[in-house]
Design a protein around this ligand. Structure first.
Ligand code: ZN
Length: 142
């Protein structure tokens, strides 16, 4: 059970149970869907950009699927709010690094809730669950 405990850390379970920013923005500047056929996870992401189109003012998501996919979407909406598009893409790169186990432990501490997904390195098939919402967001702000 210890591996599972590590995988479904408290942060992940909490976000899956009570996701932040759940719903759809109206009006929105961009929208994209994500589907992970391996697990059956679905997300729909809506994003509102600043007038100059450079900054993410708000993100909301709707979806269903495993705890990891939904928790990741929830954490994402909190992590990217108020950031520039460039910063969001850099954060996505970092998140990729986290789920693949490429970020050293001391750096994980600074990544706040995103670091909860570091436990996924033992479950490579779940990486798609964790990155689903990020891919959708990337499309939505593209
Ligand atoms: Zn999944």
């Amino acid at each position: 059970m210890s591996d599972l405990d590590e995988l479904y850390q408290e942060i992940i379970l909490e976000h899956a149970k009570e996701p932040s920013n759940y719903g759809a923005l109206d009006p929105f500047s961009g929208q994209a869907d994500g589907f992970n056929p391996l697990c059956g996870d679905k997300v729909s992401v809506t994003v509102r950009l600043s007038e100059d189109g450079e900054k993410v003012e708000a993100v909301m998501f709707e979806g269903k699927g495993c705890a990891i996919s939904q928790a990741s979407a929830s954490v994402l909406t909190e992590a990217v709010e108020g950031r520039t598009k460039e910063e969001v893409l850099a954060l996505f790169e970092q998140f990729h690094g986290i789920v693949k186990g490429e970020i050293p432990a001391e750096e994980l501490d600074q990544l706040d809730q995103l670091s909860a997904f570091a436990g996924l390195t033992k479950y490579p098939t779940r990486v798609k669950c964790a990155t689903l919402a990020w891919h959708a967001l990337k499309k939505a702000i593209g």
